[in-house]
Design a binder for this molecule. Structure first.
Ligand SMILES: Cc1cc2nc3c(=O)[nH]c(=O)nc-3n(C[C@H](O)[C@H](O)[C@H](O)COP(=O)(O)OP(=O)(O)OC[C@H]3O[C@@H](n4cnc5c(N)ncnc54)[C@H](O)[C@@H]3O)c2cc1C
Length: 392
């Protein structure tokens, strides 16, 4: 860093993750980017299984969960998927559509490199291994206390993310800062995360750990389809992660292990056979899985009473359980809840109370579904913030 610590930066950006990097590269001004990791985009470089599902072609405000459902609309209208694909195309970074509009690159690290390069071109200085400890508003500037001393700026952009994946740098700093500055928070929780199930199902999941199948998972107000993965203490996989965003603690979930198949009709049609239910259903579901799900109900069809037949079918088509917990922030892809959108101007992400203070990305109470929506929110919120700061 060339500038003396006593100089006042135009903008300090806290966090060199997805939103902080994108903001830093979207306007030219003297900017200091403070990051407590030893490099930029540590989380970004592992997104999408290392391939970065950076946006979704079909996105709309209904793909996001927020206490203010209209809040995300301005930013999403200002920044479209094509804006990001144009940036990738300019830099000759190839990308492809995987499914349902989900766009991926071939290497997430290329995206990090590109965003870092773009930020440096726009007069950004990076300070790594620098943990931000607090933000204070003085008269017309901010005082930012860090592990490397105090820095000053006219504007501060908090791009510090949420609490998910602490191993990659998540710290909850954005929430602490908001609280200390009197900004309201919507209660936070891990989202896009697996569920821990109660016994005896936990034990059964452990026996099936690593196996996956296509399922439907229903929560109180939503039904999702996709792959379910058994883990050592519960269930995960895309369909479960997606459901976790809409699930409220203590609510039941219903799993259909045989989507689009009427288990009762199949079992009834085979009720005189000597084969067990799991064998009869083997064309549709791996016997190892159905045997463990059915447990005591997995009888030879000809020996099963009408009641057992109905219960077996119900367990496969409408398995009911109440998760005891989620797999927590260490495994959650995102943090739901956060900075109350009512306290933020949706056109530029500036605090309505504290002039010059901005929050972008995951720290805000805007959480996307699985499929590129969260990174798109990081870009879009950073973009509108940068458009505003450009004029300051
Ligand atoms: C494993 C995984 C895979 C994912 N895959 C996808 C995907 O493919 N597509 C998608 O849309 N979303 C994906 N997500 C979600 C997505 O990564 C986040 O929504 C996005 O990174 C949020 O951007 P952000 O800038 O708000 O926060 P982050 O990217 O988390 O950046 C915050 C930065 O702030 C830094 N920081 C925190 N506290 C401090 C402090 N006190 N001082 C200094 N620096 C600090 C952190 O180290 C970090 O670099 C994934 C998440 C995970 C965990």
């Amino acid at each position: 860093m060339n500038q003396k610590q006593t100089e006042i930066w135009h903008t300090i950006i806290i966090g060199a993750g997805a939103s902080g990097l994108f903001c830093a590269g979207s306007f030219s001004a003297s900017k200091l980017v403070l990051e407590h990791n030893d490099r930029a985009g540590k989380k970004l470089s592992v997104t999408g299984g290392g391939k970065c599902n950076f946006t979704n072609l079909f996105l709309s405000a209904t793909d996001y969960v927020s206490s203010q459902k209209h809040f995300c609309k301005n930013a999403l209208a200002a920044f479209k998927p094509q804006h990001f694909t144009d940036i990738l195309a300019q830099e000759k970074i190839p990308f492809y559509e995987k499914e349902k509009g989900q766009l991926f690159t071939y290497d997430a690290k290329e995206v990090v490199k590109l965003l870092e390069k773009r930020a440096k071109k726009q007069n950004s200085t990076f300070s790594y291994n620098t943990q931000v400890l607090s933000i204070q508003k003085e008269k017309d500037f901010f005082r930012v206390q860090t592990s490397k001393g105090v820095f000053y700026a006219y504007h501060v952009v908090v791009a510090a993310g949420g609490l998910s994946y602490p191993a990659l740098g998540a710290s909850g700093f954005a929430f602490q800062a908001a609280q200390s500055l009197g900004i309201n928070l919507i209660p936070i929780r891990p989202a896009l995360v697996g569920f821990r199930l109660p016994e005896p199902w936990r034990n059964i999941c452990r026996s099936l750990a690593g196996n996956s199948l296509s399922c439907t998972v229903k929560t109180q107000n939503r039904e999702e389809n996709g792959q379910l993965l058994f883990t050592h203490d519960g269930i995960s996989g895309p369909v479960v992660l997606q459901s976790s965003l809409f699930h409220k603690e203590g609510e039941k979930i219903f799993i259909n292990f045989l989507p689009q198949k009427d288990a009762l009709a199949i079992l009834k049609n085979n009720k005189n056979k000597k084969e067990t239910f799991s064998k009869i259903l083997s064309a549709f579901i791996a016997p190892k899985i159905s045997r463990l799900i059915l447990q005591e109900l997995d009888l030879p069809a000809c020996e099963a009473t009408k009641e057992i037949l109905h219960r077996a079918a119900e367990r496969l088509n409408r398995f009911e359980c109440t998760p005891v917990a989620t797999a927590g922030y260490t495994k959650a892809e995102v943090t739901a809840g956060g900075i109350d959108p009512q306290t933020i101007d949706s056109h530029c992400m500036q605090s309505k109370e504290i002039n010059g203070l901005f929050f972008i990305g995951e720290a805000l109470d805007v959480t996307g579904r699985l499929g590129g929506f969260n990174l798109h929110w990081a870009w879009a919120s950073a973009y509108v913030c940068a458009q505003h700061l450009k004029k300051e």
